[in-house]
Design a protein around this ligand. Structure first.
Ligand code: GRF
Length: 198
């Protein structure tokens, strides 16, 4: 069983999808041992409801270096082998990514490499997609390295952008139809790979 930490900053709908996938047997090879939040958010509440240990390391309280040191301590304490970023807004530096090569996964709400990188997060991604009059959009699960949204792609799925779409409706459809499905699926794939290595 691969020990997983989920890092989250917001509402945590992806976190919930991962928890549910674990309960439903979609995720078998990994287990969420720890949830880390970098700010006060609803993801903490979800952790409490599920009885999963949750640590708050407030980004605004520490220098990046100290923040990452604290994060590393927690990851070590819980023997974490796979880190899952589920709407985590702190960009991790090579101090962490170099220690967990191909062991950090993220979900991004566009078809990377398009509409990704620094500054492309949350609703902004969908605003840019609509501004560019794209016909399709989607979501991408990828490994995390020191380049924001630049790591190797693991899974990607697309949907049609509708003429009537607003950034909000597009965001919602991508989450419901794609993110909540492909993220657990990708986590299971990678957990299985890690399990077979050890
Ligand atoms: C999702 O759109 C995800 O793609 C992005 O951040 C958002 C997180 O939403 N990385 P939630 O906190 O999982 O509800």
């Amino acid at each position: 069983m691969v020990n997983i930490a989920v890092l989250a900053s917001g509402g945590g709908t992806n976190l919930q999808a991962i928890i549910d996938a674990q309960k439903n047997g979609i995720i078998n090879y990994g287990e969420i041992k720890l949830i880390v939040c970098d700010r006060v958010c609803y993801s903490q509440e979800r952790a409490n409801i599920e009885g999963i240990p949750c640590i708050l390391i407030e980004r605004k309280k520490y220098k990046k270096e100290t923040f990452e040191k604290k994060l590393l301590e927690s990851l070590k304490e819980y023997d974490i082998e796979l880190i899952v970023l589920a709407g985590f807004l702190t960009i991790l530096t090579s101090n962490i990514t170099s220690l967990y090569e191909n062991r950090i996964m993220n979900i991004h709400p566009s078809l990377l490499p398009r509409f990704g990188g620094k500054g492309y997060y949350g609703i902004i991604v969908h605003e840019k997609v609509l501004e560019a009059k794209e016909k399709i959009s989607g979501a991408t699960v990828h490994f995390v390295n020191e380049i924001p949204d630049g790591g190797r792609i693991i899974l990607q799925e697309s949907l049609e952008v509708l003429e009537t779409d607003t950034p909000e409706t597009l965001q919602r459809r991508i989450m419901e139809q794609i993110e909540w499905k492909i993220f657990p699926k990708a986590i299971e794939m990678i957990s299985r790979e890690i399990s077979s290595e050890s």
